[in-house]
Design a protein around this ligand. Structure first.
Ligand SMILES: [Zn+2]
Length: 292
């Protein structure tokens, strides 16, 4: 079947009734032979790559290696050095990979055949630019399959001994943690069973969020425990950790995403780029690492 006409001014826009095949061309980037098409209504020529997310890309060969590097603790600048491309190309490709990952992630969640009846969720604290601008990542995992169901970044105010200094230097920081985590759980209601078992730590806002989105769920809370030396402060000293699934996922995030590693030079400059990186990691973890 011929693809649709991409010209929005054409009478046959988004229809394939007036399109016909129109030869081939060899794409310089990867030497593939690409089918060309022609619209008889508007005389526009296009090809099979016109409708794809990769349209107009000049370095398709680095897409998959970059995806693996970004999910293996390698920083943006070092990925650029390893792949022999510009840092800005890596940034542009991160946005493209996140778009692609988002599509794949929603297909993955829709295709999950097993009903989800046991989830855990928690928050992971990180920062943008400075420790005085903290961010929180809310993560939900399915305990049975260990799949990451969702990850959302929210802005929170500085806390501890930096709180006062942060307000003086950057002004009052907006806190959208409640809204973001509430929206995240609301987005999962269609794929999770109504009488689900939800396990979390004793965060004061979690009961409200759970009650609002899963009124029939059983919500169990556990006291936070001391972290062990390995496990990036996320895995716990006590052998029988009831929140192991979520804590292990948090430890995987800390150890696999360069900008989340503790006591390192890597850090996020922009919260939205961290969100893009997390979307890519969700795809990598569920599809390539866990092979679900
Ligand atoms: Zn047309």
């Amino acid at each position: 079947m011929n693809p649709d006409c991409p010209n929005s001014n054409c009478a046959s826009f988004s229809k394939n009734v007036d399109t016909r095949k129109d030869g081939f061309y060899s794409r310089a980037d990867d030497c593939r032979i690409i089918q060309r098409y022609y619209c008889k209504k508007c005389s526009k020529r296009f090809s099979t790559s016109t409708h794809t997310l990769e349209y107009n890309q000049k370095k398709r060969r680095v897409n998959i290696p970059l995806l693996k590097l970004l999910c293996s603790k390698v920083s943006i600048r070092r990925s650029a050095l390893i792949l022999g491309i510009n840092k800005n190309t890596v940034l542009a490709k991160t946005i493209y990979l996140a778009k692609k990952a988002n599509i794949e992630n929603s297909i993955f969640l829709k295709k999950l055949k097993v009903p989800i009846f046991h989830i855990q969720f928690d928050d992971l604290i990180t920062k943008e630019q400075t420790k005085m601008k903290p961010l929180s990542i809310t993560i939900a995992v399915d305990v049975q399959s260990r799949a990451i169901l969702a990850m959302k970044v929210s802005q929170i105010g500085a806390f501890g001994h930096l709180a006062k200094k942060a307000v003086t230097k950057y002004g009052k920081r907006k806190n959208n943690h409640f809204k973001t985590s509430n929206d995240m759980l609301a987005g999962l209601t269609s794929i999770i069973e109504k009488n689900v078992l939800i396990e979390t730590d004793e965060h004061k806002r979690y009961p409200t969020i759970v009650k609002a989105n899963f009124p029939m769920a059983t919500h169990k809370t556990y006291k936070g425990e001391q972290a062990c030396v390995v496990g990036q402060g996320e895995l716990k000293k006590n052998g029988n950790d009831p929140l192991f699934a979520i804590n292990h996922t948090c430890a995987m995030l800390r150890d696999n995403i360069g900008r989340l590693v503790r006591r390192s030079w890597g850090l996020s400059q922009k919260a939205y780029m961290l969100q893009h990186h997390l979307d890519i990691f969700q795809y990598f973890y569920n599809k390539i690492y866990l092979k679900l």
